[in-house]
Design a protein around this ligand. Structure first.
Ligand code: HEC
Length: 180
């Protein structure tokens, strides 16, 4: 009986793997992605940050704030060793909303506590083209309890495809990926 349960379990694990699952994210049968958990991805590999304020973008940057970018550790190592992003890669861009402030440290942009979570994940067995799929969780949706998102449309993909340096990823802005 125990052996039967074990076989059944390993069988379903195999099917899950073949269906293109990654240990670092959860996709439903209709490719909806469970919202990644900050307490988990903030311990992944950090690759870089940028600040994109509204003030430098005629008042309307697409994703105004401080951007922090993380990659799951297995894919980071695979990319470091082999120079390519494997299926199962997940990249998170956390966009912390900002406000101008004066603090004891000086004038600057400081976080407000609100944030959006942007995701791109790669699986050529599931998604066409280069295999990337994009997801967005806005702060207001997260606060309203939204825990899954459907893949975004071509507006994410087209900008990444046309302007990113490496395989739809903006490697040119991440110090951790540009080390000699
Ligand atoms: C007009 C261009 C443009 C559009 C549209 C766009 N992005 Fe990006 N994205 C960028 C740039 C430039 C970066 C580089 C890092 C930064 O901005 O801090 C980036 C970075 C990212 C990253 C970090 C990994 C990487 O590829 O560098 C993720 C994840 C991401 N975007 C998701 C999305 C999602 C999801 C959407 C659609 C809702 C989207 N992006 C739409 C330009 C775009």
């Amino acid at each position: 009986m125990k052996r039967f349960v074990f076989l059944l379990l390993s069988g379903s694990l195999l099917i899950a793997w073949q269906a293109g699952k990654s240990p670092h994210y959860e996709l439903s049968a209709s490719n909806e992605l469970t919202r990644p958990d900050p307490s988990v991805y903030r311990k992944w590999q950090y690759i870089g940050s940028s600040v994109v304020p509204n003030e430098m973008n005629s008042g309307k940057a697409i994703f105004p704030g401080i951007h922090h970018v993380y990659v799951d550790p297995d894919s980071y190592r695979a990319h470091r060793d082999k120079g390519a992003w494997p299926d199962g890669t997940i990249v998170i861009m956390e966009v912390q909303h900002i406000q101008e402030k004066e603090t004891v440290g000086g004038f600057g942009y400081f976080t407000t506590g609100a944030m959006d979570i942007l995701v791109q994940l790669k699986d050529r067995r599931v998604f066409p083209g280069n295999g990337w799929s994009y997801y967005l969780y806005r702060d207001k949706d997260i606060k309203a309890g939204k825990t899954v998102a459907a893949p975004e449309d071509a507006r994410c993909t087209s900008c990444h495809q046309s302007a990113a340096e490496e395989d739809e990823l903006f490697k040119q802005y991440y110090p951790e990926l540009r080390k000699p």
